[in-house]
Write a protein that binds this ligand. Structure first.
Ligand SMILES: [Zn+2]
Length: 101
C-alpha cells in the first residue's frame, strides 16, 4: 500500500478519494475520524490520508488528483488583503470580500 494524498481538510480528502475511485482504483482512507485528536501531539499525524491498495496504481492515482485540481482549482487560497484562508469554492474572501487574486 502507498499513500497518495493527505490534507487537513477531510472534505478535500474525500473529494480526492472519489476522483481516484472513479478511475477504478481501490483506495483506503486512514485517519478519517482522527480530526478530534488534533491539538495534541502533531496535528500533521492526524490528517486524513488516502492510500492505494495496489502500489502499481500509485502513479495513476496521483495524476488523477493533479488533473482534477488543475481543472477545478480545488485548492484553498489566501486573501491578499487580510491574509485569511479561504476555501477553494469561494471567489471572494469570506472575511473582507476582497477578490481572489
Ligand atoms: Zn480578506
Amino acid at each position: 500500500m502507498k499513500m497518495v494524498y493527505s490534507h487537513e481538510n477531510l472534505f478535500l480528502v474525500t473529494n480526492a478519494k472519489n476522483i481516484i475511485e472513479s478511475t477504478g482504483i481501490e483506495t483506503f482512507l486512514k485517519n478519517e475520524f482522527a480530526q478530534g485528536a488534533v491539538g495534541e501531539a502533531s496535528a500533521f499525524d492526524c490528517w486524513p490520508e488516502i492510500w492505494v491498495l495496489d502500489d502499481n496504481d500509485y502513479d495513476k492515482a496521483k495524476s488523477a488528483i493533479e488533473a482534477s485540481q488543475k481543472s477545478a482549482n480545488m485548492v484553498d487560497w489566501i486573501c491578499n488583503k487580510c491574509l485569511e484562508k479561504n476555501d477553494a469554492s469561494f471567489e471572494i474572501c469570506w472575511q473582507c470580500s476582497e477578490e481572489q487574486g
